[in-house]
Design a protein around this ligand. Structure first.
Ligand SMILES: Cc1cc2nc3c(=O)[nH]c(=O)nc-3n(C[C@H](O)[C@H](O)[C@H](O)COP(=O)(O)OP(=O)(O)OC[C@H]3O[C@@H](n4cnc5c(N)ncnc54)[C@H](O)[C@@H]3O)c2cc1C
Length: 384
């Protein structure tokens, strides 16, 4: 067993860290305050190859392994969770799904443009009445004269209003349950397809979030990703990749909290000494440090297994569950350690606190991850 990163991994970390420190961190708070989606930074990330990490070079990607993808995602996540969300959606949910399930024509049509940021993607699974239970979705795709007619809506969709192509899931035959679900790639501008922004989020404020609306939206078979009954499998495989990326981003938040706290506790003095000397402060720092290592190791283990081409549903769920909950703990303790200064909008730890929470909700809540893990351990399904 080797816990060392390779030379290439270290180089990727240094390069992305430098980029994040120079270009993302200085403007992240401003974008957060303005709830502004930073197109220019998204395109800068594309120039660096961050939007095509694990996609093979023949399709315009960077051809990186999954551990490298986690490393770059962690570094961006440390600087700005909103931008990290764009990577998670673009690369892990949309590109990897097209790579895995798409026809050669779909791969050639979409992947090079997605990897270079010429197209942005979004992933439309959640609906107003179907969140943790996506198989109960109400959006329908009805067969009509060799075409598909979509009706319904998706809600809480990241990149919704800025995306050029939406990976959307719809029910083709309710009697078949999840075996009736189909996945479609629907281009912006398709008649009957519109979007609406959602504003006023607790955190992740510079991430674009919105609704996808389908009103007699007609698409042909060429828009189908995989066959009509395979949509649920497409969604679950996408979430395996997406959760991995959310876990890596959460590691970035824990690292950011620890870095900020290490600096603060050595300079802030109370009772005539740096607060870092107090044992109750060290208790919080120690827990953060252990959580950081444990979360990162769970992510790297899942990445290593992904590199071997194995299915990592459980390992990825464990990493996502642990890392996201640990990020919430770390951010809460970081605000505590900063005291009133941590409660200010100006403070980096306040943004970590607001941004960390969503990772325990999206791409499957912590409860859903625990049910997946529990079902696996016990060999008893929790979802029937
Ligand atoms: C900022 C943001 C961005 C998002 N981006 C996307 C996106 O890009 N694409 C997309 O498709 N979705 C996206 N989502 C939606 C997200 O994936 C859902 O919110 C999530 O799956 C949970 O669904 P829900 O909110 O409907 O909660 P519900 O499913 O209604 O759950 C409510 C509560 O009940 C619990 N619960 C549900 N079922 C069980 C059970 N069987 N046992 C125990 N507890 C249970 C949940 O854990 C939760 O605590 C986003 C959400 C947010 C907030």
């Amino acid at each position: 067993m080797n816990f060392d990163l390779t030379e290439e991994h270290r180089l990727i970390r240094e390069t992305v860290r430098r980029f994040a420190e120079q270009e993302i961190t200085p403007v992240a708070a401003e974008h957060d305050r303005a709830s502004r989606f930073p197109d220019e930074l998204v395109h800068r990330m594309a120039t660096l190859g961050l939007l095509g990490g694990p996609i093979p070079k023949e399709y315009g990607g960077s051809g990186l392994d999954f551990v490298s993808h986690a490393i770059l995602t962690e570094e961006v996540g440390k600087a700005d969770s909103s931008l990290r969300t764009t990577i998670s959606v673009q690369v892990s949910l949309v590109e990897l799904s097209i790579l895995h399930w798409g026809t050669e024509e779909q791969k050639k049509r979409y992947l090079p443009k997605l990897c270079t940021g010429h197209l942005l993607g979004c992933f439309g699974l959640t609906e107003p009445n179907a969140g943790s239970d996506p198989a109960s979705m109400e959006t329908t795709a009805t067969r009509y004269e060799k075409q598909w007619v979509l009706n319904g809506s998706k809600i809480w969709i990241s990149n919704a209003t800025v995306a050029d192509v939406a990976l959307v899931f719809a029910q083709t035959d309710k009697t078949k349950g999840h075996n009736g679900i189909a996945a479609f790639l629907i281009d912006k501008g398709t008649s009957g397809f519109s979007t609406r922004p959602i504003t006023g989020k607790l955190g992740l404020r510079s991430s674009d979030t919105g609704e996808l609306l389908f009103e007699n939206c007609i698409v042909s078979d060429s828009s189908l990703l995989a066959s009509a009954g395979q949509g649920f499998k497409v969604a679950m495989s996408a979430l395996d990749n997406g959760r991995y990326s959310v876990a890596a981003g959460s590691v970035g938040i824990i690292q950011g909290c620890l870095d900020a706290c290490k600096q603060y506790v050595t300079t802030r003095q109370q009772f005539g000494k740096p607060i870092g000397r107090f044992q109750l402060i060290q208790d919080m720092i120690a827990r953060m440090a252990v959580d950081l290592d444990a979360a990162r190791l769970l992510v790297y283990r899942a990445g290593h297994l992904k590199n071997l081409g194995l299915v990592t549903t459980i390992e990825t769920s464990m990493a996502k569950y642990f890392a996201s909950e640990a990020a919430v703990r770390a951010a809460s303790d970081a605000v505590q350690i900063f005291g009133a200064y941590g409660y200010s909008e100006e403070s980096i730890v306040a943004r970590y606190y607001r941004d960390a929470k969503v990772a325990t909700i999206y791409e499957g809540t912590s409860q859903i991850q625990k049910l997946l893990i529990g079902s696996h351990v016990l060999g008893m399904k929790a979802f029937v």
